[in-house]
Structures are given as structure tokens and as C-alpha cells.
Design a binder for this molecule. Structure first.
Ligand SMILES: [Zn+2]
Length: 143
């Protein structure tokens, strides 16, 4: 089994392909793409036409074996036929406009709700360090 296949299985995100990865001092950066070719509108979900531009973005994902995981992708902005304007495309790993995957958001929100303030801060220590308490779930854990 190829390493990219193992990573795809470990990341457990539907409609996403792993194109490559590399390690840095903090963990692993995984290059990913949606399985669909044409961009889908991030607001209405409709198919988009002409691509306006692409910008590299990273999303923090759940750790694997204690390593920080970031997904990297050149997200497209494209003309949405339904909305009539240029929109940022939808990606299968994040519904929001933030820098976190849906799995990461759900886990941190769950931990923030289920843990005492001290336990939540201890478990979320690295996430708190990364986001500087700008992340909604981390703010809840701190409050
Ligand atoms: Zn749209």
C-alpha cells in the first residue's frame, strides 16, 4: 500500500485525494485535492465556471500519532453561475471559512464541552498555542 493511500485512510475524509506529503519541524503537511474537478461554490454548492485565482491555504487537522497535521491546497475562487459573482470554492474537509477541518472543529468543541476548564486546557494545549485562542472552541475551553 502506498504512503499516500495510508494517509488518506488515516485522515478519513470523504471526497478527498492525497497528492503528497512532507514532514517539517512541527509535523506533517499533506497536499490534498477534492475528488471533483470543477470547483463548487462555497456558498450555494453549485458548479462554478471560469477560475479567477488560486491561493495556497492550510487547514489544521487532527493529530496523527502525536504529530501535528496540516492539509494544504491551492483553493480556487471561481465565477458561480447561480450566485453571479466570484466565490471561494467548497472543499470536502471544511465547511467553514476558517483554518480548521470539520473533524478538528468537532473534536475541540466536544472536548471543550465535556472537560473541566483545566482538563480542556491541558488536552487542547497545542491547539491553544497554535491559534492564540482565536479558535471558537479554544475560547470556550478558556472561558
Ligand atoms: Zn454560488
Amino acid at each position: 500500500m502506498r504512503a499516500s493511500t495510508v494517509l488518506r485512510v488515516l485522515l478519513s475524509i470523504q471526497s478527498m485525494q492525497v497528492r503528497g506529503f512532507h514532514f517539517d519541524s512541527e509535523g506533517v503537511i499533506v497536499d490534498v485535492v477534492p475528488t471533483w474537478k470543477k470547483p463548487r461554490c462555497g456558498e450555494c454548492g453549485g458548479h462554478c465556471g471560469r477560475i479567477h485565482d488560486r491561493r495556497e491555504r492550510r487547514w489544521r487537522h487532527l493529530d496523527i500519532a502525536g504529530m501535528k497535521v496540516q492539509l494544504r491546497y491551492k483553493i480556487r475562487r471561481a465565477q458561480c453561475d447561480s450566485c453571479g459573482t466570484v466565490k471561494t470554492e467548497q472543499v470536502p474537509w471544511s465547511k467553514g471559512v476558517g483554518w480548521y477541518t470539520d473533524d478538528f472543529e468537532e473534536r475541540t468543541a466536544y472536548l471543550a464541552q465535556q472537560s473541566s476548564k483545566e482538563d480542556g486546557q491541558r488536552v487542547l494545549a497545542r491547539e491553544l498555542e497554535d491559534c492564540g485562542a482565536n479558535h471558537r472552541a479554544c475560547r470556550i475551553a478558556l472561558s
